[in-house]
Each structure stands twice: as structure tokens, then as C-alpha cells.
Design a protein around this ligand. Structure first.
Ligand code: ZN
Ligand code: ZN
Length: 345
């Protein structure tokens, strides 16, 4: 299998418009009005429209409230932040690594903006923890990704697939890494997100949940962008579009859903207001959505609709009228209505 080579910065002998997403030729000069996949322009615009920083989220109430949470809630809170941080750190890196090997400068540019947001997500977890707990507990939450058995087991395949691409970059390994990126953006974060929204609907830790909702919106757009790039790259390399590869993807989704369900039962047991059965349905519903985005079929026909109805108010229906849902000083960044449409994500 042919190894992808790291792309030069500038190569004036090549045309400005890339000849392929991977393994093609391009000068390195990016003109958004002359790109190979014109709809990538919109992908970038939608991501850029979501700009925010952690420090603008007011944590004063959360600081006071954290110690009044139940023991189970406090423990889940720290574990879930630990999980999210474990996933979002590498998301910064994988976006940059894929960017190193794409020959399409528009894809590089999209990945640069995704990497930037992932780095803010990662920062936001440290910001939240430093607001609500002491340094020892903060350190412990960030150690989870390398010490907690359940979490490590859950992340095993992500580690394998991401590292395989890093060590052996080929069309196949980058396609597989993008499948996992889609899984992270569209599935792995969501039981964690649901935990914070559940606290918010009981008027607890609203600052943290507001921040989580910003991260959630970013992830939805990232998932859309990455799955679109994946489909375009696969179309350019039809020899990889085989039954075997399709089966591999379905298998990863089934496995990921299993792992996510195990994880949610481990971390969310004893949390008031969260039904574990319902959570399992929500996870399967998210898997169906992401499979559709990758151009594949749903594998959980009984979960084509979101079974966790209450969560729609927080994520599924984000639009202009709901941006102030948590009644925080809110974001003014998303202004034009055509940038919405989160229902489709
Ligand atoms: Zn993220
Ligand atoms: Zn993301």
C-alpha cells in the first residue's frame, strides 16, 4: 500500500486547484473561489461562525453549587470531564495530522479551524475543573485517560486507529481515522453531554452546561465537515469503496455503541433524572445519524427518532431562538439564519 507523503508548503509548479484530497497535486495557494469541492467553503463558514472562548462563560454559580451536588453527581462530573478531555486533546492532533497529508488546501484550512476549536475544548475542561475543584481532583480527572480501566478499554480502538494513521499514513488509514473522527464528533461525546444537560434541566451547574452546549454545536459541525470530506475522498478513491470496508465501518459503529453503552452505565449509574435505557436508545440514534452522514444505512431501525425527547431542547433544535436557552450572557456570533439547520446534523 502506498504511503502518503507529507505535502510541501508551496509547490508553484502545481495548479492552485487541487487534483485530489489525498495523493494529488496543488500549488499550496488557496483561492476559495477556485476549489475542487465548492461546498467545502460552506463547511468552513459554518465552523467559523461558532467561534467562542471558555473564559466568556460565567462560572460563578457553578463554583458555589458544585459542593452541593450529590456524591454520584460529583464523581460523574469529574469522570466525564476526564473522558471529554481525553478525547478532545487528540482531536486537535488528528486534525493537524490529516492536514499534513491532504493535498487540498481547502481541506487543510477546514482542518486548521477544527484543530483550533478542539484546542479550545480541551482548554475549557481545565477551565471548568479549576473553577469547581482543587488541583488534586483536577489532576486526577486528566489522569483518567491513562489510568481508568473502563475508559481505557472504551478508547482502545480509537488509540489503535489514530496511531496506525500516524505511523503508517495511507489512503486506507486516513479513511479509517476519519471514520473514527466522525464517531468521536457524533457519538462518543454524547452521553457525557447528556449528563450536563440533565444537570442543567434541574437548574444545576448551568455555566458548565452552557459551555458544553457550545462544544456540542462545534462537534456537530465538525462531524458534518469530516463526513463530507470522507465521502469526497472515498469518491476520489473508488477502489477503497468495497464491501469489506463498508463492513469494517459497520463493525466499528456496532462496537462503539457497545462501548458507549458500557461506559454510560458505568459513569451514570445512580444519577437522578437519567434513564440508562433511554440513554442506550439515544446512543443508537446518534449512531444512525452518523452512519447516514457517511452515506451508509442505519443499523438500529427502532431508533430513527431521538428517544430522549427532553434533550432536543438542548441540542437537536439549536436555532436563533434557543441560543439563550441557559440564560447566560449569550453568544452573538451566529447571526444569519442560514447557518443553522442543526436538525440535519
Ligand atoms: Zn471537541
Ligand atoms: Zn470536534
Amino acid at each position: 500500500m502506498e504511503t502518503l507523503t507529507r505535502v510541501k508548503v508551496l509547490n508553484p509548479a502545481n495548479p492552485n486547484k487541487a487534483t485530489a484530497i489525498f495523493g494529488g497535486e496543488a500549488s499550496g495557494i488557496l483561492n476559495w473561489n477556485d476549489i475542487a469541492h465548492p461546498h467545502f467553503y460552506t463547511l468552513r463558514q459554518r465552523i467559523r461562525a461558532l467561534f467562542w472562548t471558555a473564559n466568556e462563560v460565567d462560572m460563578t454559580q457553578d463554583v458555589k453549587q458544585f459542593s452541593s451536588l450529590t456524591k454520584e453527581e460529583q464523581s460523574a462530573f469529574l469522570k466525564i470531564i476526564g473522558l471529554l478531555a481525553t478525547l478532545d486533546g487528540p482531536q486537535t492532533v488528528i486534525a493537524m495530522k490529516i492536514a499534513d497529508f491532504t493535498t487540498d488546501p481547502s481541506v487543510k484550512s477546514i482542518l486548521a479551524t477544527i484543530a483550533d476549536q478542539e484546542s479550545e475544548h480541551n482548554h475549557s475542561y481545565a477551565y471548568v475543573l479549576s473553577s469547581v475543584t482543587n488541583l488534586d481532583k483536577q489532576m486526577e480527572a486528566f489522569e483518567m485517560g491513562r489510568t481508568d480501566e473502563v475508559l481505557m478499554k472504551r478508547n482502545e480502538r480509537i488509540v489503535d486507529v489514530y496511531n496506525e494513521f500516524a505511523e503508517n499514513p495511507t489512503i486506507e488509514t486516513v479513511l479509517k481515522a476519519m471514520v473514527y473522527t466522525t464517531l468521536l464528533e457524533g457519538l462518543f461525546f454524547y452521553s457525557g453531554f447528556a449528563f450536563f444537560y440533565n444537570l442543567a434541566r434541574h437548574q444545576k451547574m448551568v455555566g458548565t452546561s452552557t459551555m458544553i452546549s457550545y462544544i456540542n454545536r462545534d462537534e456537530l459541525q465538525h462531524g458534518k465537515a469530516i463526513s463530507d470530506i470522507f465521502r469526497a475522498a472515498l469518491a476520489e478513491n473508488p477502489e477503497y469503496n468495497t464491501d469489506e470496508f463498508t463492513e469494517w465501518i459497520y463493525d466499528q459503529f456496532r462496537h462503539s455503541v457497545e462501548q458507549e453503552v458500557i461506559w454510560s452505565r458505568y459513569v451514570l449509574a445512580g444519577i437522578d433524572g437519567l434513564e440508562l435505557e433511554e440513554m442506550e436508545g439515544y446512543i443508537k440514534y446518534r449512531a444512525n445519524k452518523m452512519l447516514r452522514m457517511l452515506g451508509l444505512s442505519e443499523i438500529y431501525p427502532e431508533f430513527t427518532d431521538n428517544p430522549m425527547k427532553w434533550i432536543r431542547a438542548y441540542v437537536d433544535n439549536f436555532d436563533d431562538t434557543k441560543t439563550d436557552f441557559f440564560e447566560q450572557t449569550s453568544r452573538q456570533y451566529v447571526k444569519t439564519s442560514d447557518l443553522n439547520g442543526f436538525d440535519d446534523l
